[in-house]
Ligand binder design. Structure first.
Ligand code: GGG
Length: 361
């Protein structure tokens, strides 16, 4: 095991700054208990205040500054009152994902005991799946343009990009992940009846990958009915593979069906470890609740658990640290305290402290 692991800490905007201390508290507690040496490096950029001062989200040498880091622990980005959302996102998070080739965005969705489920009749165990989102191409591009701008003839074109390399590596990761799980099932998000070039092509890529994984059962769902099935029949899902935009939408919808998006973690992975991977909550900066100290830190904490697991390749101390964090989350969600999104009145700090106490036990 590396000694120490170097972790870049970027809290970002809004509630990212409020949940980050609690994520660090949990990660530190687990690392201490299981003897994992971590060195944290805090960077005060990749947020909209930096943009206001410098006209860009990050310094020109951001990549050099992050070189040598083993992982990036990231809060949230976006402060639309001062910087347009597409500017802050493309100026920070999307740069990390693309330049560090974090082509897998792994987003677990799980209903916990003690959390009221908005879906009628669903129990923990009925909702327990992983969204594997393609993270570097697809519908997230800045390719296109505007013609006849500002006139009645205005035309906007926005391209999507789907490479064979990108689809193959995403599907290979997703099928292998499905193979490693007890149910061995994969669902592909598609829209091949309406998006008549790229989506039939994705279906064919999935068929080819499925032929290489005969032990994995798979099906495909058009994205419209897939969203309905996430709500009506979530127990059908195990691993869900999706393009960038479809995966983004599904990984907000999924956690909403488990009570709150405040629980949802994510891992932006470069599986080959050529570049640092990035771990962040699925939620954004939430300006509507920022400054009140009521944000749920569990997504940030769980993302920290994914980070420790990935750093140590899911083995030994790192796996134990991950499991201890998850066990502490489970206990706090079952017994309380709770933040406002779950009907409680506890502060962000109180939840973080309660989790850290249980990790240390
Ligand atoms: N912590 C995640 C975050 O800040 N998300 C902001 C956002 O808008 N993300 C869009 C995306 O993940 O593609």
């Amino acid at each position: 095991m590396k000694n120490p692991f170097h972790i870049a800490v970027l809290a970002g905007d809004g509630i990212g700054r409020e949940v980050m201390p609690e994520g660090l508290r949990a990660v530190r507690a687990a690392a201490e208990r299981f003897g994992i040496a971590l060195e944290f490096h805090t960077f005060d950029w990749a947020h909209c205040d930096y943009y206001a001062a410098h006209g860009q989200m990050m310094p020109d040498d951001w990549k050099q500054q992050l070189t040598g880091m083993d992982a990036i622990y990231f809060g949230a980005v976006g402060w639309p009152a001062t910087v347009a959302d597409h500017v802050s996102l493309w100026g920070s998070l999307l740069k990390f994902r693309r330049e560090f080739d974090q082509y897998i965005n792994l987003r677990p969705v799980r209903l916990f005991e003690g959390v009221p489920c908005p879906l009628a009749g669903k129990q923990p165990g009925d909702i327990d799946y992983l969204v594997v989102r393609e993270n570097t191409e697809g519908e997230y591009t800045a390719l296109g343009g505007v013609m006849f701008e500002g006139t009645e003839r205005e035309i906007v074109i926005q391209e999507s990009v789907h490479s064979r390399h990108g689809a193959e590596r995403l599907l290979k990761y997703a099928f292998e992940l499905a193979r490693s799980r007890p149910r061995k099932h994969l669902s592909l998000a598609t829209k091949s009846n309406g998006i008549a070039i790229s989506m039939p092509w994705w279906d064919r890529q999935a068929e080819a990958m499925a032929a290489r994984h005969p032990d994995v059962a798979w099906d495909k769902h058009h994205i419209d009915i897939l969203t309905a099935r996430f709500v009506l029949q979530p127990e059908r899902f195990d691993v869900v593979a999706a393009t960038n935009l479809f995966g983004d939408i599904l990984s907000d919808l999924g956690p909403a069906t488990t009570g709150t998006i405040g629980l949802a973690p994510s891992a932006n992975l470069n599986p080959e470890r050529r570049f640092p991977s990035l771990f962040e909550p699925v939620h954004g900066s939430a300006p509507d609740i920022c400054g009140q100290g009521i944000a749920n830190p569990i997504a940030m904490v769980w993302s920290g658990a994914l980070m420790l697991d990935f750093l140590t390749r899911g083995q030994g101390a790192g796996r134990a640290a991950h499991d201890a964090i998850l066990a502490a989350i489970e206990t706090v969600l079952r017994e309380g305290p709770r933040t406002a999104d779950l009907g409680g009145a506890a502060s962000t700090t109180e939840i973080g402290q309660a989790i850290a106490r249980r990790i240390a036990q």
